[in-house]
Ligand binder design. Structure first.
Ligand SMILES: N[C@@H](CCC(=O)N[C@@H](CS)C(=O)NCC(=O)O)C(=O)O
Length: 265
């Protein structure tokens, strides 16, 4: 039976599903969409709510990342038998998503000032609010949310990584049990090999790099990337990303006052 996971070519809400499938040595087609060319109208229209991820198994399909992760967890023995314990893990996953929704609000905010405020709140308040609690849960449960490896641990680590990528942070670093869980999942057989084999995802460092290249170009009246095809391709990729492209079109053109040094005679 053919299995397919459809998602963007990035580390986001479906990475935990990729991790679980690799850990379980389950063959599947990892169908990836380039966010640069999204929306692909035909695909978007075919999705139940117009969004990814979507998981297919033969002629059945499932949407909603949590439902997919829970299902894959159940198929591969990563869910407890006891329904009370299952509910405890559901609660953890929903709390992880509560935190994720704050990061998504930050990612989607177009106003630069409001965006910075949201980031400040996340870094100054929300990380500690959520992570102090996650840390305690792990500490009291032998390093896993349910006392042993479960789908909730995969979802948690997938979201932590997705957040790190978007905030340019390593949010787990002050929480030793959280950091240990991230490390454990990333080193599981199957997951470890997958991480090594996947193409590197676009990170915050790529955004910083392109921002600086553009700032230098503006000041030198140059296009310093032009002789370096891979650099030029990255600049192009970032500038054409969904959201960035629209922002570039909408912003007022930047004007720079260049004061040349004047030699006084
Ligand atoms: N609650 C949904 C959210 C799905 C969602 O927000 N998907 C985003 C990517 S992370 C998406 O498809 N964005 C493109 C679009 O909305 O057109 C889930 O967890 O699966």
């Amino acid at each position: 039976m053919a299995r397919k996971l459809h998602y963007f070519d990035t580390n986001g809400i479906a990475e935990s599903v990729r991790y679980m499938l690799h850990y379980a040595k389950q063959k599947f087609e990892d169908v990836r969409y380039d966010s640069q060319s999204w929306p692909v109208e035909q695909v978007k229209k075919s999705l139940p709510f117009g969004q990814l991820p979507l998981y297919e198994e033969g002629n059945k399909s499932l949407y909603q990342s949590v439902a997919i992760a829970r299902y894959i967890g159940a198929v591969h023995n990563l869910i407890p038998a006891d329904i009370w314990e299952q509910a405890q893990l559901d609660a953890i996953v929903l709390s992880v998503y509560d935190f994720w929704s704050k990061v998504i609000a930050y990612v989607k905010e177009q106003d630069i000032v409001k965006k910075q405020e949201l980031k400040k709140e996340i870094l100054g308040e929300w990380i500690d609010f959520y992570f102090a609690r996650f840390e305690n849960q792990l500490k009291n449960n032998k390093g896993f949310f349910g006392g042993k490896l479960s789908w909730a641990d995969f979802v948690f680590v997938g979201i932590v990584e997705a957040i790190n990528l978007r905030l340019g942070e390593q949010i787990e670093r002050k929480y030793p049990h959280v950091a240990a869980l991230v490390d454990k999942i990333r080193n599981l057989p199957g997951v470890k090999e997958y991480i090594v084999s996947r193409k590197p995802y676009l990170t915050w460092a790529d955004f910083v790099f392109v921002g600086i290249v553009e700032a230098i170009n503006l000041r030198l009246g140059e296009q310093i990337e032009r002789k370096y095809p891979h650099v030029a391709a990255l600049v192009d990729k970032i500038r054409n990303l969904h959201g960035v492209k629209e922002y570039i079109v909408s912003r007022k053109p930047y004007v720079l006052l260049i004061i040349h040094s004047v030699k006084l005679l």
